[in-house]
Design a protein around this ligand. Structure first.
Ligand SMILES: Cc1cc2nc3c(=O)[nH]c(=O)nc-3n(C[C@H](O)[C@H](O)[C@H](O)COP(=O)(O)OP(=O)(O)OC[C@H]3O[C@@H](n4cnc5c(N)ncnc54)[C@H](O)[C@@H]3O)c2cc1C
Length: 424
């Protein structure tokens, strides 16, 4: 009986390292570089396909708490993320190349992990398998999975452009963070006139959409032009909010540092489906962007996942095949940290299954437990991918005063994870 991890992304890499840590030989299948997804650019494991930020590190933020749990549980990827972080205030942002290269080195140097660079088309039913092929699972494999796990769902997701710092006119922007939180962001203040022009051009901008596109956007990650189309002020109340600065502005475009040296910056909230020429034309209207060099344009992609509420158990194994586990975005969870944590849980549970122990159900008084309970137990016909959030925690907590609720949950989750450490 072999242990196979299919997909060397965030979830698969974390899972393979967890399985190897428990002394078990694991075969990690990754189709890159023979075959690329629409957004991956390198042959590195754990490549971040869009933003370089893994979100907040603050415990009062659900994704911050999720990371705290992951670090307590010994997440390899989160530890590497900390080692390769770039300044981003209270968020954990990384130098993406350094991050994925470090993970790749960890995997390639691990004698228990056998890397196979092949597109998986199917798998033997007697092996122990982790499906972690992500939102851009190859079509051939997706077709195979559909024959076993019924229909899958999908939505469309967009990524933001990245520009070089040296191509920007820094006189028209300033370093600083909203609400005095951090000075690591570049901010471009817009006058009313400049905002008007940008809003108009964005709302009229020409998009490049997939041929079978049917306008199912993920509401939490709307393309900037879609936001612009929802009304004149929608950008000012969204990604271009002028709030939180000591001085008053009409609107502010923010840029987040991409790499350790600060040579690259991503436009925060500017995920887009505009054609490349339209991006160049319209984003060059932002003050200081007159000669901006785009090292990556924004783009839109299909994003596949399964209805976990019909196929998975709470330990992330599948209902019909106890030896087949799922992790990452394909479970209907959403986000980098969520992919890492579900990979960690599956890695632990596959190891237990292999060793003849009962896989663990993470309790609901942890953020990862709450998230998994939601994706597996919700009764929705068309669930949308879910991020960690405090709305998912057990309803008993809602009888606690709001100001104390998070604190109580953070305390409980920390204790629950510490208790689990003896078992894993
Ligand atoms: C365009 C886009 C942008 C996103 N932006 C963000 C963001 O900014 N922030 C955020 O938090 N989340 C973002 N997400 C969501 C999600 O967090 C990431 O996609 C994350 O990488 C998911 O991790 P994963 O391990 O599930 O999948 P991935 O990291 O995508 O890993 C899956 C791996 O499986 C491989 N693979 C696929 N099919 C096969 C096969 N048949 N055989 C072998 N290997 C295969 C792929 O090459 C890939 O390496 C984005 C998603 C998309 C699609």
């Amino acid at each position: 009986m072999k242990v196979l991890v299919i997909g060397g992304g965030l979830a698969g890499s974390e899972a393979a390292l967890q399985i190897a840590k428990r002394g078990i030989e694991v075969y990690l299948y990754e189709m890159r570089p023979k075959k690329f997804t629409e957004v991956h650019k390198t042959d590195n494991f754990a490549e971040l396909v869009c933003s370089n930020s893994l979100g907040s590190l603050e415990l009062e933020d659900a994704r911050g708490l999720l990371k705290h749990e992951g670090l307590l549980l010994g997440s390899y990827l989160l530890n590497v993320a900390k080692e390769t972080s770039v300044p981003a205030g209270k968020a954990l942002a990384v130098d993406r190349m350094l991050f994925s290269k470090s993970i790749t080195e960890l995997i390639l140097s691990n004698p228990k992990i056998h890397v196979v660079r092949e597109e998986v088309l199917d798998f033997g039913r007697n092996d122990i398998v982790l499906i972690a092929t992500g939102p851009l699972t190859s079509q051939n494999f997706l077709n195979y999975l559909k024959t076993i796990f019924q229909d899958n769902l999908f939505f469309y997701d967009a990524i933001s452009p990245v520009v070089t710092r040296e191509s920007l006119n820094l006189d028209k922007m300033f370093f600083g963070g909203r609400y005095g939180q951090s000075s690591d962001y570049l901010n471009v203040p817009l006058t009313e006139e400049q905002y008007k022009l940008l809003q108009k051009e964005l709302s009229l901008g020409k998009q490049h959409l997939p041929h079978d596109f049917d306008r199912v956007f993920f509401e939490a990650c709307l393309p900037i032009e879609e936001i612009a189309r929802r009304g004149f002020d929608s950008l000012r109340f969204g990604p271009l909010t002028p709030k939180g600065f000591s001085q008053e502005y009409y609107a502010v475009v923010q840029l987040r540092r991409e790499d350790k040296d600060g040579n690259l910056f991503e436009l925060v909230g500017f995920q887009t489906a505009l054609t490349y020429p339209e991006q160049k034309r319209i984003f060059s209207l932002i003050p200081g962007f007159e000669n901006a060099e785009f090292v990556r344009y924004g783009s839109i992609h299909k994003n596949a996942y399964f209805r976990s509420n019909r196929i998975l158990n709470l330990d992330l194994s599948s209902r019909n095949f106890p030896n087949v586990f799922f992790a990452g975005q394909i479970t209907g969870s959403e986000g980098y940290s969520e992919a890492i944590l579900t990979g960690l849980v599956s890695g632990i549970n596959i190891s237990r299954f292999y060793l003849g122990k009962k896989p663990l159900v993470f309790p609901q008084n942890t953020m990862i437990g709450s998230l998994i309970h939601f994706i597996v137990e919700n009764d929705l016909d068309n669930p949308q991918p879910m991020r960690a959030n405090f709305g998912l925690i057990p309803k008993d907590y809602f009888s606690i005063k709001k100001s104390l609720r998070k604190q109580k949950f953070i305390e409980d989750s920390t204790n629950a994870i510490k208790k689990l450490l003896d078992e894993i």
